[in-house]
Ligand binder design. Sequence first.
Ligand SMILES: *[C@@H]1O[C@H](CO)[C@@H](O)[C@H](O)[C@H]1NC(C)=O
Ligand SMILES: *[C@@H]1O[C@H](CO)[C@@H](O)[C@H](O)[C@H]1NC(C)=O
Ligand SMILES: *[C@@H]1O[C@H](CO)[C@@H](O)[C@H](O)[C@H]1NC(C)=O
Length: 456
Amino acid sequence: MNASNLTVILFCALIQLIQAAYDPTWDSLDKRPLPRWYDDAKFGIFIHWGVFSVPSFGTEWFWNEWKGNNKPFVDFMKTNYPDRFTYQDFAKEFSAEFYDPNQWADIFAKSGAKYVVLTSKHHEGYTLWPSKYSYSWNAVDVGPGRNVLGDLATAVRAKNLTFGVYHSLYEWYNPIYASDKASQWKSREFVDNKILPEMKELVEAYHPSIVWSDGDWEAPDTYWKSTEFLAWLYNDSPVKDYVVVNDRWGKGTNCQHGDIYTCSDRYNPGTLQPHKWENAMTIDKASWGFRRNANIADYCSAIELLTQLVSTVSCGGNLLMNVGPTKEGTIAPIFQERLAEVGEWLAINGEAIYGSRPWTAQNDTMTYGVWYTKKDTTVYAISLHWTWDGSDGFMELASARDLFEKNPHTAVYMLGNESDGPLSWSLTDKSVKIKFPDMAIVKSRWAYTLKIVPMA
Ligand SMILES: *[C@@H]1O[C@H](CO)[C@@H](O)[C@H](O)[C@H]1NC(C)=O
Ligand SMILES: *[C@@H]1O[C@H](CO)[C@@H](O)[C@H](O)[C@H]1NC(C)=O
Ligand SMILES: *[C@@H]1O[C@H](CO)[C@@H](O)[C@H](O)[C@H]1NC(C)=O
């Protein structure tokens, strides 16, 4: 090696070093490439668990509804609890006696999810790990009496799933937060002495692959020192090479900054998005936390969940599907069933989901409820219904017509039944008509994937 080669090598190394450093500005942070694992994963499980799982009435916003004098919540307390009962008193009943993180991890793995995001701390401020910044208001000091977050991280990773954390910046009734708020965010006691140390502790102790921030919206990102935190996370933290963060880092940052855009809850725009995004939605349509007062109609059906998954992935998003465990630490059988159903579908049709990318068209322009994805030159058309009555067993697709017209050797199979050979097809003026097999001998339920392979 001569001296000039060495100079080039050193120069390149220096450039890499400089490039690896992100400034604490959105301009710089927004240039970070999305870690690939996230875009390949497509499907994750969200878990809302905390002291709110004890009243498990109405919503995980229970404390706020009660203190905000929302009548059903005030009445619930008047009827069922003594006058002097406080929200903090609920923590003693957060028993988690049936909590088996290995069983949870098993349920999540069988759902086909690739990652799990747990509420490390919701707006109530209670931490699911023994944070030294949340003295007496954490899962070891009161309630479960164990590190429920650490135990879940271990169990989830043992199943080869990726572990991430949700974290709320604001805490409804934290007096230090209230005092910063009263100063119109000029004072930053809460951020400097609570939030930043707590988030660093969380990242350093548990190495989450996702930091899913929330509760940001009252104050600007400059109050939260969000860009400073993210520069640390991207440059110096133990998770810098693979961590993914969402977009809720201060008033007005959602849908603007971060690795993935979550925009609003249950965001599902239905069209291809230019930036990676996530649809955070719930199996219980009305609540993130478990509700004892939920009814069967409140839960999404398998086809409703698959509709969310398929339309989301087709438009470039990931689906983060929420379950609310009980205070005892169980995942109610209705959630288990829905997760198993999605898992059953993904075991057959996962090829069209995992590692896929959006295709030229998203939903078919002729037949309602058919969504496309692609992998290399293979295109997948996922139909959220069987063929219509009167269609003689044909599925008619307009958006995919060109693939067949340009190449008469194009073959189309149904996933789960590929080994039965290709399906017959013919062109019309506006579409390709694909003959579906006999439904009775088709493996997939609820939704059906056509695998379109251009043959040389
Ligand atoms: C673990 O997950 C990764 C990413 O999804 C995958 O590539 C790998 O094959 C999995 N390993 C096992 C043992 O399942
Ligand atoms: C395609 O999806 C969009 C957005 O969800 C919807 O407005 C449109 O009606 C769909 N088109 C067809 C033909 O289903
Ligand atoms: C489709 O798959 C099912 C389940 O594996 C199988 O029983 C059936 O014979 C396959 N063939 C056809 C033509 O659907």
